[in-house]
Each structure stands twice: as structure tokens, then as C-alpha cells.
Design a protein around this ligand. Sequence first.
Ligand SMILES: Cc1cc2nc3c(=O)[nH]c(=O)nc-3n(C[C@H](O)[C@H](O)[C@H](O)COP(=O)(O)O)c2cc1C
Length: 384
Amino acid sequence: MLRLLTAGESHGPQLTVVVDGLPAGLALSARVIDRDLVRRQGGYGRGGRQQIERDRVAIVSGVRGGRTLGSPVTLVVANRDWENWRRPMQVEAAGFRPKPVRRVRPGHADLAGALKYDFDDARNVLERASARETAARVAAGGLAKRYLEQAAGIRVHSYVLGIGDVVASVPAAIERGAVERSPVRCPDPRAAAAMVAAIDSARADGDTLGGTFRVEATGVPPGLGSYRQWDTRLDGRLAQALCSIQAVKAVEIGDGIAAATLPGSRVHDEPWYDAEQHRFGHRTNRAGGVTGGITNGETVWATAFVKPISTLLRPLRSVDLATKAEVNAHYERSDICVVPAAGVVGEAMVAWVLAEALCEKFGGDSLRELRRHVAGYRARLRRR
Ligand SMILES: Cc1cc2nc3c(=O)[nH]c(=O)nc-3n(C[C@H](O)[C@H](O)[C@H](O)COP(=O)(O)O)c2cc1C
């Protein structure tokens, strides 16, 4: 079983990730994880925090000589901004003089969290609810991606489909390099230019924008996840993982939303047998590579819908936690649009769910053992 825990406050000294259950022998280096951390910090429309942070991961347990040991892997991502927050974020009570956040921000966990945990300072809430935590998820996703690649040749990518009301037309074959070179990680250059303009215009208005991103996983074998129980179904697990990303409010598996309005004849993927490749497949992949809660051998794809950032330069109305008076919401340095970055977090979440499901099916204490299990299964599928 793979297990993941993250810890750390947005302006604390560091984010910490513990991943338990990885097999021994996985090739791992901080450099590869750093690439995704850099991608998460990018994208047109990010705010001042990204100029301060230069996210890099330190692997502090579970790896020796570039290979996992089978023991828990601990990753640390330092917060450079902590230097500016030592006093308000200090651990010890002596000399602690915080400036409480009382003007709770609409669209954030501030009010609900303060009520739940009985706080009169919403900083106690926002420090953990903040999307700074997604840096830890991306670092964990880096482990999951290496696991998927090395065990089964599975690769996970993402791209931006829409920002505000600008929607990309997606080419049949997506060139990954072009997505990464695009300022908004969008495969359609014309739409990308319109997205940049939309972000500029939102910024000028003191406003923010949301959008949609898509995650795809290629090389996924049939048989991950199960219809056995409600919580073993892979479509449900993917939706939960993607919806757990800060600001993601809806998730579509395959063509799920369009499917609700179309007749069955235009929705369901017809199976066929490819005699040359000795494999079963489907003539289309509208289901997003998952049927009955199980991967069906096609590319897994899902789309996530991101709401506009809640912190507005032109603040919305709110209430003061202490005086209960109507006030303008607290403003804390903020992004204008995070859809490109959220896509990178989405990759991490999809990679994590697939890694869990792969581990459940194939187990393996060492990478060699795991690969034998995957190869044996694939051979059995070819012999059918
Ligand atoms: C990568 C990323 C960066 C974000 N940056 C900000 C930000 O700078 N300001 C902000 O108000 N919200 C930001 N958010 C969104 C909030 O974290 C999120 O809306 C808030 O925690 C409330 O959670 P909910 O929207 O899921 O209900 C960001 C989200 C992501 C995925």
C-alpha cells in the first residue's frame, strides 16, 4: 500500500512530504522532482510569492546512491518567504505578537476554518488551507511519476484547455514541448494569446480568472481500480483527488459532461481486437480510459474546472471576526490566474491515484519484482 502525508504552513520554515510503501530500487533524484516544482511556479498570471520562492526539493530519507531503499521517503521543500515571517509564525509562546487576520476572505477557508477550530485569527486557517501546500503534492507526485514510469511505462501530462471564456481547440496530437513553452501551458497558440490578454484585462480590473485543465495518462494497463466497492472505483478516486486541489470545483472524466446530453450511440466506445498487437482496444475513448471503475487500457483523461482566485485586488465585502462589522476582505499578495499551475498539481494527483492503484494490483518489494509482476500480467493479456 502506498501512503502519503504532507505537512507545513504556507509561511512556516518548510513543507514536508512522507511517502511510505515505494519499492526498493526505484531510481530517484531531486533534480527531476525540481523540474515539476519549477513548472508549478510558472504560468502567466502568477503573483509576487513566486518571485520570492525558488522551490527545490531535498530528499532526506529513504534514498541511497540514487535508489530507493523501500523505507519511507521524506521530501522537504523550504519556504524562502519564512525569513520574512519568523516572528508572526514563531513556534514558542514567549514574545509572540501576531497581527491577527480578522477580515475573513470570501471564497477561502478563513471563516469556516475559524468557526470549526475556534480561532479568532484566520491566519491559523489560511496558513494550511493555502495552495502553498500544492508544492508538497507536486513533490510527492514526482515520486509517483517515477514509480509509474519505471514500473509500467506510464506517463502523466497536462495542458490548459480554457481560461475565463477563452477555450482552446485541442490538436489531435499534442506536442508536449509546445505546451511547456506556452506562457499558459496551452497547446493552441491562438487561444494562448487570447488567454494572456484576458489575464491582463482581469489584472487591470483588479479581478481574477479561472479556467479548465486536462490531465492525460498514457501507457496505463487495463485493470487498475475495481468495481468491487464504491471507494475502489478509479473514476471516483480520480475525481476526489482532482477536486481536492484548492480552487478546483468540478471534474469531468472523459467526455462525461457532453455524454449527459447525447444519445448512447454517440457516447459508448466500441471494443475491438487488434490482431497485430494481440490486444483488445476501443474504437474511440470518450470514457476517458475508465469503465466500471477500472482502467480499460486506453489513455486515462480527465478535465478539472478551476474557479477564479478568491483574493481580489478590488476586494469583495466581508465581515470582521471580532467586531462582526462589515469590512472589505483582507488582501494578501495573490495570483490573478493559476490554471496553468493547477494543471501541474493535477498531474501529481492523477499520478498519485494511478500509483496507488498500480501498487494495489502488482505489489512488489523491489522494482525488479514489481516489473516481473507487470510483465507477467501483460503477457497473460497477450495470450488470451
Ligand atoms: C497553484 C494554486 C495557487 C493558488 N494561489 C492563490 C492565490 O494566490 N490567492 C488566492 O486567493 N487563492 C489561490 N489559490 C486558490 C485557493 O487556495 C483556494 O481557492 C482556497 O484555498 C479555498 O479553497 P477552495 O477554493 O477549494 O474552496 C490557488 C490555488 C492553486 C491550485
